[in-house]
Design a protein around this ligand. Structure first.
Ligand SMILES: NC(=O)c1ccc[n+]([C@@H]2O[C@H](COP(=O)([O-])OP(=O)(O)OC[C@H]3O[C@@H](n4cnc5c(N)ncnc54)[C@H](OP(=O)(O)O)[C@@H]3O)[C@@H](O)[C@H]2O)c1
Length: 315
C-alpha cells in the first residue's frame, strides 16, 4: 500500500515537472527571443492569410508584413481588404494581393489557385472560421447553416493546405541550392476543441477536426522542413466575440498574434499565448464528471451568457 502511494506521488511530481518544462519553454521563447528575427521571412517571400479582413487574420496580415513578408489577403468583404492592403503598403515595404472569396462556398478554390500561381509561398495561415452563436446554446437552438460552417471551418483548411503544401513541397525540388524545403502552416483552431465542449457542440467538433488534421500532417511533413502547427486560443477580442472586453485572459488580436508568432517552433499544438496555456492547464484539472454534469452546464449556460452580455459591445 505504501509503495502504491509513493508511486502515485512520484507520478504526480513527474506530471508537474513536465508542465513546468512546457511553461518554461514558453517563457524562454517569449522573453529571450530565441527565434531569430529573420525566421518567418526565411520561410519564403509570401504569406497567405484566410479571413484576413478583420480580427485575428487582419492582425496576422499586419504582423507578417512587418516581418518582411508580402501578403495575400483572402476574405469576404472587398472594401475591408482594400483598406487593409492600402494601410499595409503605406506602412511597410511589403506587397499585398487581395482575393475576395466566400469560404462557405465550395467552388472558390480554382479562383484562389489562379491568384496564387507563381508566388513563393512560405507561410499559410488558415484562419477563416465562423462561430454560429457567441452565446452558449444547445445544438437545435444554434442558428446558421450547418453546411456553411463545415465549408468555412473544415473544408477551407483542407483545400487551402492542399493548394499551398503541394507548392511548398514541390518547390524544394526546383529551388536553387540551398534547397528551400521550408514552410509554415498555422491552423487556427480553438480552445473549445481541446475537449468536447457542450453548448458549442458543432463549433467545438469542427475545430477538433482542425487539431487532428494538423497534428497528423505535421508528422507527415516535418522531415521535409515544413512546420504545421495548430493554435487553440480561448478568448480574443474581435468581431466574432463582439469585441469582448480585454483583460489578462482575453487578448486583443494584435497581442495574441504577436505572442503566438514567437511560438511557431514550440511544437505541433499551442494555445498561442502563455495566459491561454495556463487557462488550458487549469481547465484540464476540472474532473470531467464535474465539467460534463448537468449542474455545471446549466451554470455555464446562464452564467457565461450573462458574462458575455455584460462584457461585449456591438461596434
Ligand atoms: N476570437 C476568438 O476569441 C477566437 C478564439 C478561438 C479561435 N478563434 C478562431 O480564430 C479565427 C479568427 O477568428 P476572429 O475572431 O478573428 O473572427 P472574425 O472577427 O469573425 O473575423 C473573421 C474574418 O474572416 C472573414 N470571414 C468570415 N467568414 C468568411 C467567409 N465565409 N468567407 C470569407 N471570409 C470570411 C471575415 O470577413 P468579413 O470581414 O467580411 O466579415 C473576417 O474578415 C476563427 O477561425 C475562429 O474560430 C477565435
Amino acid at each position: 500500500m505504501e509503495q502504491f502511494f509513493v508511486f502515485v506521488g512520484l507520478l504526480a511530481c513527474l506530471l508537474c515537472l513536465l508542465k513546468c518544462v512546457r511553461l518554461s519553454r514558453y517563457l524562454l521563447l517569449s522573453f529571450w527571443k530565441v527565434l531569430p528575427g529573420s525566421f518567418l521571412r526565411s520561410m519564403g517571400q509570401w504569406a497567405v492569410i484566410t479571413g484576413a479582413g478583420d480580427g485575428i487574420g487582419k492582425a496576422y496580415a499586419f504582423e507578417l508584413a512587418k516581418h518582411g513578408l508580402n501578403v495575400v489577403l483572402i476574405s469576404r468583404t472587398l472594401e475591408k481588404l482594400q483598406a487593409i492592403a492600402e494601410e499595409i503598403e503605406g506602412t511597410t515595404e511589403s506587397r499585398v494581393k487581395i482575393v475576395q472569396a466566400d469560404f462557405t462556398k465550395e467552388d472558390i478554390y480554382d479562383h484562389i489557385k489562379e491568384k496564387l500561381k507563381g508566388l513563393e509561398i512560405g507561410i499559410l495561415v488558415n484562419n477563416v472560421g465562423m462561430l454560429p452563436s457567441l452565446l452558449p446554446s444547445r445544438f437545435l437552438n444554434t442558428p446558421g447553416e450547418i453546411q456553411s460552417l463545415i465549408h468555412c471551418n473544415i473544408t477551407s483548411v483542407v483545400k487551402m493546405t492542399q493548394l499551398v503544401l503541394k507548392h511548398m513541397e514541390s518547390s524544394a525540388a526546383f529551388a536553387p541550392l540551398p534547397y528551400r524545403r521550408k514552410g509554415l502552416i498555422l491552423n487556427i483552431s480553438s480552445g473549445a476543441a481541446l475537449c468536447p465542449w457542450p453548448l458549442y457542440a458543432l463549433y467545438s467538433a469542427s475545430k477538433a477536426f482542425v487539431c487532428t488534421f494538423s497534428k497528423a500532417l505535421h508528422v507527415e511533413y516535418r522531415a521535409k522542413g515544413i512546420i504545421i502547427q495548430v493554435l487553440t486560443p480561448y478568448a480574443v477580442s474581435t468581431p466574432m466575440t463582439k469585441h469582448l472586453n480585454t483583460n489578462m485572459v482575453t487578448k486583443t488580436a494584435d497581442e495574441f498574434v504577436k505572442e503566438s508568432l514567437k511560438y511557431v517552433t514550440i511544437g505541433d499544438e499551442t494555445c498561442g499565448c502563455l495566459a491561454h496555456e495556463i487557462l488550458a492547464m487549469l481547465l484540464n484539472l476540472i474532473p470531467s464528471r464535474i465539467f460534463y454534469s448537468d449542474t455545471f452546464q446549466e451554470f455555464f449556460l446562464t452564467g457565461y451568457s450573462d458574462y458575455l452580455k455584460r462584457n461585449t459591445s456591438n461596434r
